[in-house]
Design a protein around this ligand. Structure first.
Ligand SMILES: *Cc1c(COP(=O)(O)O)cnc(C)c1O
Length: 465
C-alpha cells in the first residue's frame, strides 16, 4: 500500500508530470500505463479481504458497465434535446428505485426522485430540499436532527447550507437511536429528522417506524439514509430477517437515499434520492431565467453530467433484475452471518450492532487496532471505527468467494493472539473513514488534524518543476 502522505505514489515507475506534455503520447502506451496501475490496485480487493468499496466484484460485470458507459460517456445530460436517452435512463432508474422502496404504497403524495453523483450528493440534495421547505415556513435557521451514527454527509449539508445540526447519542448496547430522544429533540426549528438503514459504522437499522411516527406527530419529515444498505435491505425478506420496515411503506418517511454505486452495483458516480412527494423534490430545482446566456435551469446542484454514468447505472439495474439483486442480497446476508458467528466464537471479541451485511466488532480485552494490524499483515483491509474503537467489514461481492469466511475465522483468531501478545504497545492502525490502511499516527483512535490536512494536501498537491 502506498504512503498516504506521498503526492507522487508512482514516481519510481512512471515519470511525474509537472506540466502538459508538448507531444501527445500514443494510445497503446497510455493504456499500458493505466493497465499496470489498475491491475495492481484491483489485487487489493480481488481476494475478498477488503471491506466495502468494491460492491459487485466480477470483472465481467465491470467490463459490461464500461461498454455501456462508453456509448454515452461524451454526452451531456444537461442538453436533453441531444440525448433523449438520458431522460429515459434517469426516469427508469428512478422508477425502478421507487419500485424497490415501495413508493406504490404512498397515498399521500406523488413520489419522485433525482439521480445524483453519489451518496453524499443525494444527502445534500435532500437536506437542501428540507432547508428550502423550512425556509418557506419562515424558519430562519432550519435544523437537522440526526443520530450520532448517521453519516458525516449530514454535517456537511449543515455546514454548506447554513443549517443547524442536532446530534443524538445512540444506545451503546444496540447502536440505535431512541425514538423518545428524537421526539424530545424536535423543536420549532427542526427541518428534518434523519434515520439510517443501515448506518455506516455498524450497518444497523434505526427503529424507523417509531422515529417516523414521532416526527410525523410533530409535522416534521424523515429522511432515511439507505445509501449503504438500501439495495441490500430492499431485497431481503424483512419479517424473516428481523429487519424493521424502513421505506415508503412507513408513513412519515418523506425521503430516502440509496446508492446505485454501492449495492446497486453501478459504476462509481451515481446514487438516487427519492421523495414521497414531488413538491419536496422540486425544491432542488434551480432557475436563472434572465441570464444573457439563456434561461438556465438545472434539476439539482450539478451542471453538466455524463449520460454514460446514467446508461451504466441503468444497464446494471436491468441486467441484475429483482432476481439478481435478491440472490446477491441473500448471499451477502449468509456470508455476514457466518462471519458474525466466527467473531462470536472468539471470547476476546464483541459484536456491535445487528446487521444483515456489516460485521462490526470491538474488544473489551485487547486493543482492537492490534487486531487490525495483524489482519492487515494477512492482507485484510477493515474500516476502523471509534467511540468505541472497533473494526468493521461491509460484506460485498468479493467476500462471496469460496474460502473467504474460513480465512476470516482463522486469521481473526491468530490476530487476537497477536493483540494479546502486544498489550501495552502502540498499535499502527487507527480509525479513519474509508479504512485507509493507517500507519500515519502511532496513537490508535486519536485524530490528528494536521495529519489529516497533510493527507488531503498530498491528494491535491501539484507537482512543481
Ligand atoms: C457511503 C455512505 C454515504 C455517502 O455516500 P458517498 O457515496 O460516499 O458519498 C452515506 N451514508 C452511508 C450510510 C454510507 O455508507
Amino acid at each position: 500500500m502506498s504512503d498516504l502522505f506521498d503526492s507522487y505514489p508512482y514516481r519510481d515507475r512512471f515519470p511525474v508530470l509537472r506540466s502538459l506534455p508538448t507531444d501527445g503520447r500514443p494510445h497503446d502506451q497510455v493504456l499500458a500505463e493505466l493497465e499496470a496501475m489498475a491491475h495492481e490496485e484491483d489485487a487489493a480487493w480481488a481476494s475478498g479481504q477488503c471491506s466495502g468499496t468494491i460492491y459487485h466484484g466480477d470483472p465481467e460485470h465491470y467490463a459490461f458497465l464500461g461498454e455501456a458507459f462508453t456509448r454515452f460517456s461524451h454526452a451531456n445530460a444537461l442538453q436533453r434535446d441531444m440525448c433523449p436517452s438520458a431522460t429515459r435512463f434517469e426516469g427508469e432508474i428512478l422508477a425502478m428505485a421507487l419500485d424497490i422502496f415501495h413508493a406504490d404504497a404512498v397515498t399521500d403524495g406523488k413520489p419522485a426522485g433525482l439521480v445524483t453523483s453519489g451518496g453524499t450528493d443525494s444527502i445534500l440534495h435532500a437536506m437542501l430540499c428540507y432547508r428550502e421547505q423550512a425556509s418557506a415556513r419562515g424558519i430562519a435557521r432550519p435544523t437537522i436532527v440526526k443520530p450520532e451514527t448517521a453519516h458525516p454527509a449530514f454535517a456537511k449539508a449543515a455546514h454548506l447550507f447554513g443549517m443547524g445540526l442536532r446530534v443524538l447519542p445512540v444506545d451503546p448496547a444496540t447502536t440505535l437511536v431512541d425514538p423518545a430522544a428524537v421526539a424530545a429533540a424536535i423543536d420549532e426549528d427542526t427541518a428534518v429528522v434523519v434515520a439510517s438503514a443501515g448506518n455506516y459504522p455498524y450497518g444497523s437499522i434505526d427503529p424507523i417506524p417509531a422515529v417516523a411516527a414521532v416526527a410525523a406527530e410533530r409535522g416534521v419529515g424523515v429522511h432515511v439514509d439507505g445509501c449503504l444498505g438500501g439495495f441490500v435491505l430492499g431485497f431481503l425478506d424483512g419479517a424473516a430477517h428481523g429487519i424493521p420496515p424502513f421505506d415508503f411503506r412507513v408513513p412519515g418517511v418523506t425521503s430516502l437515499s440509496a446508492d446505485t454505486h454501492k449495492y446497486g452495483y453501478g459504476l462509481k458516480g451515481t446514487s438516487t434520492v427519492l421523495f414521497r412527494d414531488i413538491a419536496l423534490r422540486n425544491r432542488a430545482y434551480f432557475f436563472v431565467p434572465d441570464w444573457s446566456g439563456g434561461k438556465y435551469f438545472s434539476p439539482g446542484m450539478a451542471g453538466s453530467r455524463s449520460v454514460g454514468l446514467l446508461a451504466a447505472t441503468w444497464a446494471a439495474m436491468v441486467t441484475l433484475g429483482r432476481q439478481g439483486y435478491a440472490a446477491r442480497a441473500s448471499a451477502i446476508h449468509e456470508t455476514a452471518t457466518a462471519m458474525q458467528e466466527a467473531v462470536r466464537g472468539i471470547p476476546a471479541l464483541r459484536l456491535l450492532g445487528n446487521s444483515p451485511f456489516v460485521v462490526a466488532f470491538t474488544s473489551d480485552d485487547v486493543d482492537i487496532y492490534h487486531v487490525n494490524d495483524a489482519m492487515r499483515g494477512r492482507g485484510w483491509r477493515f474500516n476502523g471505527l471509534q467511540y468505541p474503537n472497533a473494526l468493521h467489514l461491509a460484506v460485498t461481492g468479493p467476500q462471496l468467494q469460496h474460502g473467504v469466511v474460513a480465512r476470516f475465522a482463522t486469521d481473526l483468531a491468530s490476530a487476537v493472539e497477536y493483540a494479546a501478545a502486544h498489550r501495552g504497545k502502540p498499535a499502527v492502525s487507527s480509525a479513519l473513514y474509508g479504512g485507509v490502511p493507517g500507519g500515519f499516527t502511532p496513537a490508535a483512535g486519536i485524530f490528528i488534524t494536521s495529519a489529516m490536512t497533510q493527507m488531503m494536501d498530498a491528494q491535491q498537491s501539484v507537482p512543481t518543476p
